[in-house]
Design a protein around this ligand. Structure first.
Ligand code: COA
Length: 155
């Protein structure tokens, strides 16, 4: 998608853009359902809970860093987990989040054996569920814990 500031791209984190990514934040209200800062996510990425490789990307609109995305990937099983996704509060509602997920889907489509991209959100955060449904994700009917429905995009 091309917009006023240029196309959305997913770029590696580097020493040059790290500070800008650490400074991105969601709204105070969104912190209730999305409490992890990008600093927290980047630290977690270095000490993952399992062996699956973690993939981090800065989301750019033109030359402006606007968000952050993190996946955990099991390419041998064709399974990809969208673990973190955020667009800074100043840049939300401009289509950047949707385009970032579409770019992720396109990237996975090019892998050898894509099967599923999986994500989840808190039950109370129906807005995020709607966002993912618009992108083609469906509820699996399963929950993580008691309050986190799982959503799946099948390839
Ligand atoms: C969810 C999030 C990534 C969406 O990014 P965004 O750039 O603001 O969303 P987009 O502008 O691409 O919106 C795409 C569509 O989703 C809808 N949408 C996005 N966020 C929404 C929200 N919070 N409530 C209602 N609808 C929303 C938009 O209205 C739009 O639909 P439309 O084309 O019918 O108008 C962003 O709002 C965010 O960072 N939220 C806080 C963190 C979070 O909850 N992350 C997801 C949990 S994994």
């Amino acid at each position: 998608m091309t917009n006023e500031v240029g196309p959305v791209t997913l770029r590696k984190l580097t020493s040059e853009n790290l500070r800008a990514i650490l400074e991105l934040s969601v709204t105070d209200h969104q912190l209730k359902s999305y409490p992890r800062s990008n600093a927290y996510s980047i630290a977690e990425a270095h000490y993952p809970a399992d062996e699956d490789p973690v993939w981090l990307r800065a989301i750019y609109a033109g030359e402006t860093p606007v968000g952050f995305m993190m996946t955990s990937e099991a390419p041998n099983q064709g399974e990809y987990f969208l673990w973190r996704l955020m667009i800074d509060q100043r840049f939300q509602g401009s289509g950047y989040g949707r385009r970032a997920v579409q770019l992720l889907i396109e990237r996975i489509q090019q892998s050898d054996n894509p099967k599923a991209l999986i994500t989840s959100h808190l039950l109370e955060d129906a807005n995020t569920g709607h966002f993912y449904e618009q992108l083609g994700f469906e509820y699996t009917g399963e929950l993580i814990g008691e309050d986190e429905p799982i959503m799946r995009f099948g390839f």
